[in-house]
Design a protein around this ligand. Sequence first.
Ligand SMILES: [Zn+2]
Length: 303
Amino acid sequence: MANPLTEKEVNQLLQLLTDEQRKYLENYMKQSKKSKWLENLAKKKGYVLQKDLSIEDAWNTLNDWELEDVLDGGYGLRPYKCECGMPLRFCYIVRHRAENKMYRLGETCLENYTMLSSDLIQDITKGFHKIDLERDDILIKYAQEWTYPTDYEGLVLPEPFQKQVHIGLPLSKAQMKKIERLFKHDLIRIRKEKKFEKIIQQRRKSDYIQTPSQQAKPAARNESITYDRLIQNHLEQLKQIMKHENNISNPEMKATWKNVQQMVLLLKQEEQEKQKEQEEQEHFDYSKFLVQLFDLLYHLKLY
Ligand SMILES: [Zn+2]
C-alpha cells in the first residue's frame, strides 16, 4: 500500500490543526510506534502479551531493547547524530533495559547495536509505516470535515478516543474498526432500531402519498386481511403490549393503543356482519394498524 499523502501534503494538513490537535496526534503516533515495537519484539521472543498486562510490566518481562522515541528531523534535514557519528534525519532512541543504557541510532546502526534481526526490524518499520498511514487517514478526514458517526452517539468510548473526538480530531479507520469490535452488540441493536425507524417513516410517507389515489383505486389501498390472519400474525405482539400497557407513558401513545384495540374489535364485528352479506371487508386499514402497532412496540422497547 502506497502512502496516499506526500510529505509536503502531510505538513500542509498538519498546519490546519490546532496546537492541541497536533500535539495529540504526535503523541498518539509516538505511543502507537512504541507499542508496535513492543508487540513485535514480544512476538519474536515468543511472549504472549496478556491484555491486562501494563506496558511497564510487559517491558520488565521482556527486559530487552525498548523504544523510547522516534524523532523526525524534517524533510532535507539531518539534525540528529547516530552513535557512529553519522548525521540523521530519523533517529531511534532506544534503551537497553538490562544495562539501563540509552542509545541514539540511525536505522542501519539499529540492527548492529541491538543485534535485533533484520527481519524483526523490517516488521517494525512496516508497522511504523502503517501508523503513518493511520495519521494520513486522520488528516484527510479532518480536511474533508469528518463528522462523528450518528450510530456511535450513545456509546461511551474508551478514554483516549473520547479525548480525540472531544478536541475535534476524526477517528481513523483502524480506530473505528476497534470500536465496531468493542461495541459489536450495542451497534447491532442501535442499527436495528434505526432501520426500524426508517421503515416506519417510509411507511408513513407512502401512506401519505397514496392518499389522493385511494378513492380512485380503493382495492389497491390496503392489503386486505381477515380477522383470523390478523390475530395469527400479531397476537403475540398485542399480548406483549397488553402486558406492558401500564408503561405507556405519553398520551398520544395511550390513544394509539386504544385505537389499535378498537381496530381489532371493529374488524371482528365487521367480519361477522359481512359474513352474512357475503362481502369482502374493505374498511380495515391494515397499514395503519401496522404503523400504530409498531409505534407501540417501539415505544415500549419491545421490538
Ligand atoms: Zn550509525
